[in-house]
Design a protein around this ligand. Sequence first.
Ligand code: GDP
Length: 195
Amino acid sequence: VNLQKAEFILSAASARDFRTDGLPQVAFAGRSNVGKSSVINRLLGRKNFARVGAAPGKTIHINYFLIDGGFYLVDLPGYGYAKVSKSERDRWARLMESYFAHPELMTLGVMIVDSRHNPTADDCTMAQWFRDTGRPMVVVANKLDKLKKSEIGPNLQRIRETLELDEETIVIPFSAEKGTGREELLSAILSGAGV
Ligand code: GDP
């Protein structure tokens, strides 16, 4: 597995479409606009693989990408966008609840937060959902390029505390823009997914 080959498999709108073939699933979650698509593109070394800047709230799907035929990268729908309707919010909740109702499907959770800010209440809820699966989780602190050097340490510590991470959970300083942290995320995924 070296991330040479990445193919889009499908957009799941409900549990009926979930992949259940036993391949490892690495699930990515994050607030809308946190840069989840950019992180995925950087990881895979693609420009426009996961759609960057897609209208927030308009993409309530779980997208499956097959990586090197060895595992699925599962792109969970973003959350926390203020301007979505109640019906979209409900749709999001139904889809996420049904994915997390099958924790055996997920091998590793990758949670993306903004390194500039304290995690939101939604981020904390998301981290709790990941924890409840009993599966390992990796936190990616994105947009590192926006921080002053002196802010990095304290911000990472604050993220760790606010999300109540245990000692095994790593927080990776990352910049999708600059490529910082790509190797660390890659090895965390390959070891976490057992591929
Ligand atoms: P998504 O909604 O979480 O998928 O976020 P996108 O990948 O669409 O990114 C949202 C915005 O943040 C876009 O304007 C990106 O160019 C920008 N962005 C993403 N990652 C970074 C980063 O590491 N640094 C900076 N400065 N901007 C970023």
